[in-house]
Write a new protein. Structure first.
Length: 428
């Protein structure tokens, strides 16, 4: 098939896949809330679950390198089995610690889909259409998440312990996303191959001998993705700057991840219905409706400028959480809804920039590699950011966390604006 036929076939199946990703998104958004509300997890355990999620992103470097060497379909299927179908085991979960162990398995595979998705979009979608296709996928994904959130919220509002039945269903349906991605068509000429993962071979019938050379090969295989990422940053300074801005934003975003569920359950004491309405329904509707225009905007103005707008707008989100009920005639639930309306607008831009923005910097055939680096950067900042949020919470209180996050969002916005100006002048 020619390029246009390939793009159309890919787009149709990709939009179908995002239906299943929307169902999965609902469950993923609610993981920390289920820990805090259904299982009564202490703050440190909720924080640990966020650390596991974000640190699991570091493996994106390895997944992208493994898939660059071939076997993308195989790894996508394993990610679906180990990272999604495994939630069937939620039927056996009765303690917060057991749920965190289950989430650790999910998060081990969490970063497989991102470099795979970007590699597919780069190979199969023409450059001036990638943001548009992804934005339409975001529309489908988040409209599905909005609908699913109503059902999930009603079930958990009736009985918080029913999460044990909700999550197996979400895991089975969520498996549809990596399954469909694994079956998407490929260009007839094939993608440009990146460097594959280093492989240590053992001759059949001979015992493996662990000697100095074997250890060096193992260490080389483990460190190669990070060395290649360093080389990429040294040769592509604009991409390094882009990732730096996302890291500043990401520290703010991730430090809020364990704090907001605790705030909603310990301070504002919101019900499951209110939580799902704010965190999933409102967020999903905003990203769904604004995702397509954000994708088209990215195709026109470049991801750096799109992120400058999104990061700056997001500074309002923690400020509303901190001061909403004090300065506005709103009850806590109303402040939560308004905060997540603001959040959804900013996240429409971030969602596009985070998922496909790296392609704008990547040479042909390197989309998966660049996204692998991008995803791994989440893991690096994600090890410390949740802990920082929790420490600020316990030492200085919730408002200190919210104010710190707002300052970081504004800093990321200003730096992204400077990068956008530099790129507009044709300098990288």
């Amino acid at each position: 098939m020619d390029a246009i036929q390939l793009e159309r076939a890919t787009s149709r199946r990709y939009y179908l896949a995002t239906v299943f990703q929307g169902i999965w998104t609902t469950g993923q958004y609610l993981f920390p809330f289920v820990l805090a509300k259904s299982l009564g997890a202490p703050g440190w355990l909720v924080t640990l679950s966020v650390v596991l999620e974000t640190s699991g992103m570091t493996l994106g470097l390895y997944w992208s390198q493994l898939m660059a060497g071939g076997g993308r379909r195989r790894w996508l299927l394993w990610s679906g089995i180990g990272g999604r179908l495994v939630l069937i085991a939620a039927l056996l979960v009765h303690t917060a610690s057991a749920f965190v162990v289950l989430l650790a398995v999910v998060y081990f595979f969490i970063s497989v889909v991102f470099p795979a998705q970007n590699s597919i979009l780069q190979d199969n979608i023409r450059p001036h259409r990638r943001g548009t296709v992804f934005g339409r996928g975001a529309l489908v994904q988040h409209l599905t998440a909005a609908v699913a959130s109503v059902a999930v919220g009603a079930v958990l509002q009736r009985d918080p312990d029913l999460f044990r039945w909700v999550y197996p269903v979400i895991g089975i349906l969520g498996f549809g996303f990596p399954l469909i991605l694994s079956r998407l068509p490929r260009p007839e000429t094939g993608a440009l191959a990146g460097s594959g993962a280093a492989v240590v071979s053992i001759t059949p019938g001979e015992p493996a001998v662990v000697d100095a050379a074997a250890w060096r090969r193992l260490i080389n295989a483990l460190t190669a993705p990070f060395r290649e990422a360093g080389e990429t940053f040294r040769h592509d300074r604009a991409f390094f700057w882009y990732e730096t801005n996302f890291s500043i934003y990401g520290v703010a975003f991730i430090m809020l991840s364990p704090v907001v569920p605790l705030y909603f359950t310990e301070v504002w004491r919101l019900s499951y219905q209110d939580i799902t309405m704010a965190r999933v329904l409102i967020t999903s509707l905003g990203v769904a409706l604004l995702g397509p225009p954000a994708g088209r905007l990215m195709d026109v103005i470049h991801p750096a400028r799109l992120c400058a707008l999104a990061f700056g707008w997001l500074a309002l989100f923690p400020l509303l959480l901190a001061f909403g009920p004090l300065v506005l005639p709103l009850a806590p639930v109303g402040a939560a809804y308004l905060a997540f309306v603001v959040f959804s607008v900013g996240m429409a831009g971030v969602h596009v920039g985070w998922n496909v923005g790296s392609i704008a910097f990547a040479p042909p055939g390197k989309g998966g590699h660049y996204q692998g680096i991008h995803v791994a950067m989440v893991g690096i900042r994600g090890v410390l950011a949740p802990v920082l949020g929790y420490v600020l919470l316990r030492w200085l209180g919730y408002r200190a966390v919210f104010l710190t996050a707002a300052v970081l969002f504004l800093a990321a916005s200003a730096s992204s604006m400077l990068l956008g100006r530099r790129l507009a002048k044709g300098r990288r």
